[in-house]
Write a protein of this length. Structure first.
Length: 388
């Protein structure tokens, strides 16, 4: 099986036509509040969004942020510049530039994770070597344009995909450069800045088999293990594709699509590398993460329009009241009034009052009050700004 048809080898954006029939959106989706998010980078045909490449953003320990995937890179500026997507796929192009994806990642890091740019340790991990998952443009957008510290950053990739990731020429010089090349889809434009090439760290070996652990890192929601995917000769996407597992959450983030994927328990949640998250929100909200504190976090986005998310934590089973007040101290909306189990919670406010009418722009306040045995055990207030 060493010479599989090109359909199993290339398909840089696998299942594109199937995904086109799904509901695709730009923007950020929350997986676990304040811990795990995904940013959707887009690919278009005739200016219509037809696929997304997912950038998973995971909070680590000691100001580390793990970024799994980098999106499609920069959009073409014809006739001057041609993006890698357009080069390889002909009639398709990145829908926006890497800086747009990077700004959403930056917002997650600074607002949800509460980590300052100057202290953030960006740990990039390539799902596999194709340009829609590792490219210079996205790295430069964060480290150069947004000034995240180069000295605290690193880029990890499996040994078997390292050459494809850094070759800087179409198909890594294979000719003809078509779907039969094992390097079809390798990033080359923009070429890697030498200072970013110095950030690469190779993990794993040529002897790694399906589901072999090759790397791991810690996070507040448990240990993450990077596991080897299938080789191309066994029906894999690239020889060095990897998946990302969290046994505490029963999560697997796929690093590639493959006709014969590595097995995982049937009760695990599977997150895709392309397309929007396809897990019912209730499935995530029911996974209440342990916490040892009562807390009300700053809403995000803030300022906001038309809606914002408020996250809070309960250390014990409690009766919870969460209200919105205007700047005169008048009650505007009751968002929560119920007994709740411990864990991290999130609720949205759509800028409407109790009657369903939209409120005017300005300063508002969220106030969390926690009761146990009819006694207040915790209260806190945060300022919200509705921009209209």
């Amino acid at each position: 099986m060493k010479n599989l048809p090109g359909v199993f080898v290339i398909l840089l954006f696998v299942l594109t036509d199937l995904l086109a029939a799904q509901s695709l959106v730009f923007g950020t989706e929350e997986i676990v509040p304040n811990q795990i998010y995904v940013v959707h980078s887009g690919m278009s045909r005739n200016n219509q969004l037809i696929n997304t490449s997912n950038i998973y953003v995971i909070k680590g320990l000691t100001d580390s942020v793990w970024i799994f995937g980098t999106g499609y890179g920069d959009r073409s500026v014809l006739p001057v510049d041609t993006s890698d997507v357009l080069y390889y796929r002909g009639d398709r192009d990145a829908t926006r530039n890497a800086i747009d994806d990077a700004l959403q990642v930056d917002s997650i890091i600074t607002n949800f994770f509460g980590i300052a740019r100057t202290h953030a340790r960006l740990m990039f991990f390539a799902p596999h070597f194709h340009l829609d998952h590792i490219n210079d443009e996205f790295i430069a957008a964060l480290l150069d344009s947004l000034h995240y510290p180069l000295s605290l950053s690193a880029i990890f990739i499996h040994q078997q995909d390292y050459q494809g990731a850094i070759c800087n020429t179409p198909c890594c010089g294979d000719f003809p450069c078509n779907s039969n090349s094992q390097f079809f889809g390798a990033p080359f434009h923009q070429p890697w800045d030498p200072q970013y090439l110095n950030l690469f760290q190779v993990v794993g070996s040529t002897s790694d088999q399906c589901n072999d652990p090759v790397f791991q890192f810690q996070s507040p929601v448990g240990n993450w293990v990077v596991k080897k995917g299938r080789d191309r000769q066994d029906g894999g996407h690239t020889d060095g594709a990897v998946n990302l597992d969290n046994a505490n959450l029963l999560f697997r983030i796929l690093g590639a699509y493959a006709p014969n994927p590595c097995p995982v328990s049937s009760n695990w949640y599977i997150f895709p590398i392309h397309g929007n998250i396809n897990i019912p929100p209730v499935a995530i909200s029911e996974r209440e993460l342990p916490t040892k504190q009562f807390a009300l976090h700053q809403n995000f986005p803030n300022p906001f329009n038309p809606s914002t998310t408020i996250v809070y934590e309960l250390a014990k089973p409690s009766h919870v009241v969460l209200k919105i007040y205007n700047n005169l101290g008048q009650e505007v909306r009751v968002l929560v009034r119920q007994f709740q189990s411990p864990g991290r919670k999130s609720v949205s406010w759509d800028g409407r009052d109790e009657t369903g009418l939209s409120v005017s722009g300005g300063v508002y306040f969220s106030r969390l009050t926690v009761f146990q045995s009819r006694q207040i055990v915790f209260t806190d207030t945060r300022k919200l700004v509705l921009a209209k």
